[in-house]
Design a protein around this ligand. Sequence first.
Ligand code: ATP
Ligand code: MG
Length: 381
Amino acid sequence: MRELLLVRYGEIFLKGLNRPFFMRALVKKIRHAVAEQGAKVWLHDGRIFVSDFQDRDECIRRITRVFGVHSVCPAVEMPKDDFEAVCRQAVAMTANWKGTFKVSARRSDKQYFMDSPQINMELGGRILESNPALRVDVKHPDSTLNVEIRDLCYLYGQVIPAVGGMPVGTNGRATLLLSGGIDSPVAGWMIAKRGVQISAVHFHSYPYTSDRAKEKVLDLARILSESCCGIRVHVIPFTKIQMEIHEKCPEEYTTLIMRRFMMRIAQRVAEKEHAEALITGESIGQVASQTMQALGTTDSVVTMPVFRPVIGFDKSEIIEVAQRIGTFETSSLPYEDCCTVFTPRHPATHPKMEKILEGEGRLDVDGLIEEALAGDEVVPC
Ligand code: ATP
Ligand code: MG
């Protein structure tokens, strides 16, 4: 008999013929997540198992954050032929249960000497005998003892919900415009959850923004990295571009022109990363540069699709996700972002394209972009 973890997956089971590809990807990601624990991860009979861990709770914490995992069940594995021993184990596992319960047996070994209803009856009876305070409720039980008869027998009572989604890397790559704020880490997490491998680009305006502001962004990337399986962050020097815009362009258009530079550079970084899309944390109407017209002017400088997963979220909804995924505290640290350093007093909310083009006409757009890209500092997180 031994303790192990049974990992259940969600949407992968919909994948039909591609399922083995998704399963292998998921096993690889789980292995990566528990590598430090020295744990063994293997795929058998359509199930993922984890054993030989040093710290069970830490192992569970890590696995529940892996995209593609639906839930984790701490289980006991034992021989199935000695049914008396299975009964004793079931009684032991339910000894301190209260309220209502049921036994839910499943049998992939159809030759087993009892069928599922018989196993339910027999184990349920033995559990009731030894714990008379319990009552059976097959519709809405407080607790369920699951019993799986495969080549061995598996018993588990606890189902710990995990993050869901798809294994990272099974749905292509995208590049996240990562600021130190609350929204962009949430946006990146949401897209990565769908199986997309994320890289990030951060625009840094030293000395107007401090090294601590940059460190904060890298810390955010490290938090995301736990679920996103490694994120390469490209830190791009942005001071010169901002100074030039500030000096030469109409004040109400400085933010939009700056955002158009960000998008163009982000697309270049994405191409280097073999990514196929950009991700931002924008939400309609949150600030002047996020009105629909403003978003249209920033979209028009890139050819890649731009994903904005929090576009319809209120700030409070974005904060809820940030708290759940563990980025909120770091995002709330009070360091400045390059967007807030040169904020115009009256930014254009209904921008005119001629004005933007006129402003950009005073700048060496290509030269500034090349210079910024030459200063790209790549930090693996
Ligand atoms: P966030 O909370 O993510 O900072 P925000 O509400 O502050 O978002 P803006 O500052 O207008 O919104 O930025 C909109 C989006 O532009 C961000 O979600 C992010 O994707 C991108 N962005 C802003 N500043 C930077 C930066 N310094 N580096 C990279 N991307 C940035
Ligand atoms: Mg911001």
